[in-house]
Design a protein around this ligand. Sequence first.
Ligand SMILES: [Zn+2]
Ligand SMILES: [Zn+2]
Length: 318
Amino acid sequence: MVARIARSADEKTNWFASIPFIAMHFTLLLPLVTGVEWKWVLLAIASYYVRMFGVTAGYHRYFSHRAFKTSRPFQFVLAFLAQTSMQKGVLWWAAHHRHHHRESDQVGDLHSPFQRGFLWSHCGWILTKKFDATRFESIRDFARFPELRFLNRFYVLPFLALIAVLFAVGGMTAVIWGAFVPTVFLWHGTFTINSLSHVFGSRRYVTTDLSRNNPLLALITCGEGWHNNHHYHQNTANQGWFWWEIDLTYYVLRLLSVFRLVSALRLPDPAVKYAHLKYTEAQKAVLKGKQLVKKVTFSSPLPSGLAGPSLMPATKQQ
Ligand SMILES: [Zn+2]
Ligand SMILES: [Zn+2]
């Protein structure tokens, strides 16, 4: 996808700082050394999905959107698990993600494929100096917890802990198959939501971005592929809103709620869920088009008939 906006000086790739990111991709060659066995492949798949749950339930649905409630100890567990994915600190991740929703696909969006191109949206933006710092002003609610500030600062610790455990249990082969290889897939799986989920898929709800619902991406990302649902109404614990919209993260959250580890899972109101059934011809035309709806400011109303609840704070808890 062609960039509309040229990169500024601080948006150029910082190749030196990107060495660990690039080097990690070469670990995909290590199975040539270890050989391939089913037990190692299963370890990689388990490591991918357990940590993808940490990304989606932790970084995304809890810390970015407060889509459910939990205790302070389990909040720490979610943050720790999320950070084993090596996607920087929990406060850094959630603060940047909140910014994405405020500006989604508009000029100010950090990682819209429609502003600075597809590769920028996928991973280009994190390889620059510009977004190194945590935007504490956007995550004050969680930044008040010292243990989260500690994790955020020393964000590599959970990944090192994962490596240590794997090494103790299964030596270097377990580290390769349980940490290195699946982490590369985990990165790109997560990144698809910023890139592919705004490009490929279907649109059910009118939003000020071009977010899409994509079942394949939902399987890869434990439910995050229902991205048009999510941009329409951000803070629901489920992102698959209909029975056929597979959402592994939500199923696990439901299970955890049985054991009272999480509670107050937010769900979409019927008025939100079925809003598309009452769309006007103008709204249907917007859904079919590839044009962005211009959002003047975050709080200002959209053009008549296009407003969706994603621009309003959620009030409903179930
Ligand atoms: Zn998005
Ligand atoms: Zn989100």
